[in-house]
Design a protein around this ligand. Structure first.
Ligand SMILES: [Zn+2]
Ligand SMILES: [Zn+2]
Length: 211
């Protein structure tokens, strides 16, 4: 079993996760949207070494603490290349939402669909799940029956598609073909709000159901 800590961080309550191997102490961080001191404190408490800072997408509330995390841990900032324009537009995104702008370094590693990223003795699989944004990704850890879906899937709902490059047909296809094909008992860490399970969403999601 991996160590996993998920926190809701300011300014918009994005769910940030720290996932680490309890034996090798290698770890990744997904979506550090804020509260860098709290995240770094937790990483230190757990005695983990962070190798990658992964992003489900480049909305400002998912990466405002990425630079601080990188500075403190030396980990690589990873993103799907289709979200590069959004990443570069951080200042504009912050202005539109009335949030203070904190400049962030550029991503240095482009995640590809199907790519494996090591987390100690296991790896996660990066799945390109566009629709909420063009470069949205989900991170699947089969051994843990866990998927981090960012803003693609919420409990009973889905991410909005009316912002910067969002597309409803794409998000629907991503959910049906990449997420609903995972095992029913897979836990979903959503981008905001409570966790859910793939099987439950297939039956009960308001927007994308199987049947
Ligand atoms: Zn988003
Ligand atoms: Zn979000």
């Amino acid at each position: 079993m991996l160590i996993r800590k998920t926190f809701s961080v300011p300014p918009l309550g994005c769910n940030c996760s720290i996932i680490g191997d309890p034996v090798t102490k290698q770890a990744i961080v997904v979506d550090p949207g804020g509260a860098p001191e709290q995240l770094l404190h937790e990483v230190q408490q757990l005695g983990l070494t962070v190798s990658h800072i992964l992003h489900t997408h480049a909305h400002f509330d998912h990466f405002l603490a990425s630079g601080e995390m990188k500075k403190a841990t030396g980990a690589a900032i990873c993103l799907h290349q289709n979200d590069l324009e959004l990443w570069k537009d951080l200042e504009l995104q912050c202005r539109l939402f009335g949030v203070s702008y904190v400049p962030q370094p550029m991503p240095e590693y482009w995640l590809k669909d199907g790519e494996k990223v090591p987390v100690g003795r296991v790896s996660l699989v990066a799945l390109h799940t566009p629709g909420h944004t063009p470069g949205s990704m989900s991170f699947h850890i089969p051994q843990e029956k866990l998927v981090l879906a960012g803003d693609t899937l919420f409990r009973g709902s889905i991410g909005r598609t009316d912002l910067w490059g969002g597309d409803f047909d794409s998000i629907e296809e991503s959910i049906r073909e990449r997420l609903y094909t995972l095992e029913d008992t897979t836990t979903v860490v959503t981008g905001h709000g409570p966790e859910t399970e793939i099987g439950w969403e297939k039956e009960s999601n308001q927007f994308v159901r199987l049947s």
